[in-house]
Ligand binder design. Structure first.
Ligand SMILES: Nc1ncnc2c1ncn2[C@@H]1O[C@H](COP(=O)(O)OP(=O)(O)OP(=O)(O)O)[C@@H](O)[C@H]1O
Length: 255
């Protein structure tokens, strides 16, 4: 096995006496989309927070490739290639949709003010940013302030910005939550397009079974903070414990 792109080792966090994530050990490879499932309160978002650095573990470690990143800040982890879509907190509401993406491209390329004064560099960055907006079907609203977009378009913009960062690890926590049935497919298409790049590792917390079926290469199941199942979608979904703790909870999503 090659070195995993991301690994957590005995990752644990306690809030008072409550163990929200309990010695979770798992590893992820490039080219793999893993869906993390489990009932409400299972620890999925908390595990995400430990990986992206919003929380520090009580015990255990996080590795990106060979590097122990457990002590790193969220921004250091983002620079190192761990990209997480945050529900709209990364947007600059007063800037235009295009400006939001352009800033990400500029920051990624490390372009300073002097280089920016060259018209060719500016055009190039703008073109790249527009490309991301086109994939997210937001080119028509490129000049609107981000705050003026409806919720679903803001979520698409956030995914476009994450793609513009070009991380190695993509983390999505219920990316289509609160979106209409018309809007959700754009997000799913964007994730499916990222998945085609075999260099990327994708982690997706998702309750909706149709999304899980469409995208998952692998499913891991958390329950009471513990990793209770890990494997191919068909195998994991057939496990009695998963049917009991997951399918029962998400039965309305099966309709
Ligand atoms: N900062 C915190 N302080 C205390 N308890 C917390 C904190 N964050 C999470 N928890 C608790 O940890 C447990 C796991 O929560 P978490 O949000 O990770 O679950 P989840 O699997 O993401 O659930 P959902 O599907 O509802 O989003 C819950 O019991 C929650 O109340």
């Amino acid at each position: 096995m090659p070195t995993p792109s991301l690994r957590t080792e005995n990752l644990t966090i306690r809030f008072g006496g409550h163990v929200a994530v309990d010695h979770v050990t798992c590893a992820f490879q490039p080219g793999e989309l893993t869906v993390i499932v489990g009932p409400n309160g299972a620890g999925k978002t908390t595990w995400f927070n430990l990986v992206s650095g919003q929380l520090k573990p009580s015990e255990g470690k996080v590795f990106k490739g060979e590097h122990d990143i457990t002590g790193q800040s969220p921004s250091a982890r983002a620079k190192a290639g761990i990209g997480r879509a945050f529900q709209l907190t990364n947007l600059f509401p007063k800037l235009s949709v295009l400006e939001n993406v352009r800033l990400v491209v500029q920051a990624r390329r490390g372009v300073g003010p002097r280089a920016l004064s060259r018209a060719a560099a500016l055009t190039d960055i703008r073109d790249e940013a527009m490309g991301y907006l086109e994939s997210a079907r937001l080119a028509d609203v490129a000049d609107y302030p981000a705050a003026a977009l409806p919720h679903g378009d803001q979520r698409k913009l956030e995914v476009a910005m994450l793609i513009a960062m070009q991380p190695d690890i993509f983390m999505f926590d219920e990316p289509t939550a609160g979106m209409s049935v018309d809007e959700a497919p754009v997000i799913l298409d964007l994730i499916a397009a990222i998945k085609k790049d075999m260099a990327k590792t994708i982690l997706l917390v998702e309750h909706k079974m149709d999304v899980v079926r469409a995208l998952a290469d692998r499913i891991i199941v958390l329950h009471n903070g513990e990793l209770v199942a890990d494997g191919k979608p068909d195998e994991v979904m057939a496990l009695p414990i998963v049917r009991e703790i997951y399918l029962g909870v998400g039965a309305e999503d099966e309709e």
